[in-house]
Design a binder for this molecule. Structure first.
Ligand code: ZN
Length: 476
């Protein structure tokens, strides 16, 4: 409370009409999804999960003005200014806007090809409470940067986007949509070009060589930017040594324990998984890798939903997901899903369990775990829906709901170096928050019951956004 009375007048004077301006500058196409654009409003009697991992607080009032959270405190004590719109949040929970850290705008559209979903992906992310994304690799960088700018300017509804570079890939790319680097000098030139052209960060891919990655990291860090990698030709310890900032997917893609590992060569993922499954997360080798990553400050991105696709019978069929898909994408997904089991069998389930144990152990050792759904594989992991699933799977992995929400919000903002502005639900932060019916700290599946998504203090109707994309995922 003391914090509120101290902060409120200062912030109020500083940004009196930001939310009003934000709402005014929205195009009619965006405004169609806006349910709350009052410049000053309060949500009363809600449960608040602030994203720091602190326990949920019941019967809270959150006051928003000028696009900023002005106060969070007991409903009995937070003063609501005259003229403010008041909404009763009884039976609802507020969490910070989700910061999705492996949230592609593209989706598989047949073997080795990806369609950019500039229509459905931004709407689905926002509908699910995702207010910030890192795209973590793009096939059409100009489309992604254009989408980022259109969202920023209020022309398209969607999350704030951090656009990742085209993949920095070495020889042997699995899709023609990726460029194959031929030298370290070319890696440096590619980084410089895309940094100058306006991407926000970088991603290395599975066949990059150590020399190419070293050159890329040098150029990226010289520009004050960050690079993540879905690696295979380079093991985790080598990547940490080279100075990478973030590793995607976790243990499943770490090849450094594979007995036949050749330098700069990516072994078969099936064989590598056999090696990993013969090991123990608590054993000395994996624990030493965790220690090295934590010491080097390398973050790990959890992408459990895309791994779950290989496990027979998982995830539970979600009618909302099927309805969102274009008929061709739905047929392709269901046909492929029906074949899972015969080929991957129980190993995929074991690998998923091992990945979950690895992620828990990494966090227990002090590592920064961030999260995103990675809507790729053979389809079925969708923007937005996949973010719900990611949080549910973190809880299945053994994290508490409070920890899972922290990983999906606070930790992403921390990695992006935006924690001063987003990532938690606290006075002084941008009003990016999600109003959920129910209480995800007692039943994590309540995370799906999103009512309103606030971004910059403007409330979007989640159901309307979901309804708008029906039948489109996979095509546009
Ligand atoms: Zn990905």
């Amino acid at each position: 409370m003391r914090r509120f009375s101290f902060l409120f007048p200062a912030l109020f004077l500083l940004c009196p009409h930001l939310a009003g301006q934000e709402a005014a500058s929205l195009s009619p196409g965006v405004r169609a999804f806006v349910s709350i654009e009052d410049p000053v409003f309060a949500i009363t009697h809600a449960t608040v999960v602030d994203g720091t991992g602190s326990p949920a607080l019941a019967d809270q009032t959150v006051l928003v003005s000028g696009g900023l959270i002005q106060a969070v405190g007991p409903a009995s004590t937070v003063q609501i200014p005259a003229g403010a719109t008041v909404m009763d949040g009884t039976g609802h929970t507020l969490i910070p806007g989700i910061v999705g850290m492996h949230d592609h705008i593209f989706y598989p559209a047949g073997p080795g090809h990806y369609n950019t979903l500039e229509f459905s992906a931004p709407r689905l992310y926002l509908a699910a409470g995702v207010t910030t994304i890192r795209t973590t690799g793009g096939m059409e960088p100009y489309a992604e940067m254009g989408l980022r700018d259109a969202i920023r300017d209020g022309r398209i509804p969607g999350p704030e986007m951090h656009v990742t570079s085209p993949y920095l890939e070495g020889p042997g790319a699995f899709t023609l949509q990726m460029h194959e680097l031929e030298s370290p000098e070319e890696a440096r030139r590619m980084v410089a070009y895309w940094a100058d052209t306006g991407v926000d960060d970088f991603k290395a891919y599975t066949n990059i060589t150590r020399a190419q990655l070293a050159a890329a990291i040098d150029e990226i860090h010289a520009r004050g930017m960050k690079i993540t990698g879905h690696l295979c030709s380079i093991g985790f310890r080598e990547a940490a040594e080279l100075g990478i900032d973030n590793l995607e997917h976790g243990l499943v893609v770490n090849t450094e324990f594979f007995p036949g590992k050749e330098p700069d060569q990516c072994p078969s993922s099936r064989q590598n998984r056999q090696t990993l499954l013969s090991m123990d997360v608590d054993g000395p080798e994996i624990q030493e890798t965790i220690r090295i990553l934590v010491e080097a400050g390398v973050a790990i991105t959890s992408t459990l939903p895309v791994f779950e696709l290989s496990v027979p019978g998982r995830p539970p069929v979600d009618q909302g997901v099927l309805d969102a898909m274009a008929p061709s994408a739905r047929d392709s997904y269901l046909t492929r899903r029906a074949t899972i089991g015969a080929s991957s069998g129980s190993t995929a389930g074991d690998m998923l369990a091992m990945e979950m144990a690895f992620e828990r152990s990494f966090v227990e050792a002090g590592g920064l775990l961030i999260a995103g759904p990675d809507p790729t594989g053979y389809g079925g992991v969708l923007p937005g829906f996949g973010n719900f699933r990611q949080i549910e799977l973190l809880v299945e992995a053994g994290f508490s709901p409070l920890e899972a929400i922290k990983i999906a919000t606070h930790n992403g903002a921390l990695y992006l170096e935006k924690l001063d502005r987003i990532g938690t639900l606290e006075a002084g932060k941008q009003a990016d928050m999600v109003l959920i019916q129910g209480d995800p700290t007692t039943d994590i599946s309540d995370i799906r019951n999103v009512v309103t998504v606030f971004k910059n203090g403007v409330g979007y109707d989640s159901a309307k956004l979901f309804a708008a994309v029906k039948g489109t995922v996979g095509v546009r």
